[in-house]
Design a protein around this ligand. Structure first.
Ligand SMILES: *Cc1c(COP(=O)(O)O)cnc(C)c1O
Length: 273
């Protein structure tokens, strides 16, 4: 009941909803055009955007299911306000101490895309196990191992060489977690060059190679491990190069505010444009 009241109190501006729906539909069409009949998941990256924007796209008739967030606290707050039918993706750099509470508090957390250490995997496992004690869960928590394919020191992610070890750890030591695949962000410069569907991006090649190696070492089929690669600037090239999941924010929601100005609940519904 509390859920329904919250939603009815959340006003969705009709014009904003129409614009978002058009943007979403354009991205879907662009993905389909290069996907060659493959199914590619589109994560609408809603970080720093208000909950109303998410609700507008999750409603009929768009029924966008997958939303991506970068900050554990913001994801938890939005998940508390919005329908439980949403599939949340934690795509941002995650601190180890935030892993357990996130996995325990957000039952509809669908995937954590940014796991880059055994410690974080173990903490997510603990959180999900604690949640499983309290309620029946129909599935494991999916995770992606984030790989630093560009070799930039400041990028998070495990080195390609260390990926097999972390993947094996998740499969053998984390019974409440499913190793769903690998993720990369890649170098900005490469993604800015790879803006059309035919451009080859070395980061995407590296992630695919790493995936094939992991599958071979673990004795599983490559298709059991998804590839999450591609953002606003390069998602078509990523799909052409075999991405199973793209994470698109700006092209759907527009430019993001500074973190200090971001509001989960957008109460000023009479903003002039
Ligand atoms: C913010 C973010 C995105 C979306 O980026 P856009 O350029 O706005 O599409 C995708 N992936 C990750 C990991 C992000 O942090």
């Amino acid at each position: 009941m509390a859920d329904a009241v919250e939603h009815s109190e959340m006003r969705v501006d009709a014009q904003r909803a129409k614009q978002l729906a058009e943007n979403l539909s354009t991205v879907c069409q662009r993905v389909d055009k290069v996907a060659g009949g493959r199914k590619v998941r589109l994560i609408a990256v809603s970080k720093l955007k208000p909950a109303n924007d998410i609700l507008a796209l999750h409603h009929d008739p768009h029924k966008q299911l997958d939303f991506g967030e970068n900050y554990a606290q913001e994801l938890t707050e939005k998940a508390g306000l919005l329908p439980k039918s949403i599939q949340w993706h934690m795509i941002g750099a995650l601190q180890t101490n935030k892993c357990k509470p996130l996995a325990e508090q957000v039952a509809n957390l669908y995937c954590v895309s940014s796991v880059d250490s055994a410690k974080k995997a173990d903490a997510l496992e603990k959180g999900r196990a604690a949640l499983a004690e309290k309620q029946e869960l129909s599935s494991k928590l999916r995770i992606l191992v984030q790989v630093n394919t560009s070799g930039e020191a400041e990028k998070s992610g495990v080195e390609p060489d260390e990926t097999v070890e972390l993947c094996r750890h998740v499969r053998e030591k984390c019974p409440h977690i499913q190793l769903a695949g690998l993720m990369t962000i890649g170098a900005i410069a490469r993604s800015q060059q790879a803006t059309n569907a035919d451009s080859v991006n070395e980061d995407f090649v590296a992630l695919r190679d790493t995936r094939d190696k992991v599958a071979a070492e673990l004795g599983i089929e490559a298709k059991e491990l998804e590839l999450s690669m591609g953002m606003s600037s390069d998602f078509e090239a990523a799909v052409t190069q075999g991405s199973d999941e793209v994470r698109v924010g700006t092209t759907i929601f527009g430019d993001r505010p500074a973190k200090k100005d971001a509001k989960v609940k957008n109460e000023t519904t009479e903003e002039k444009s």
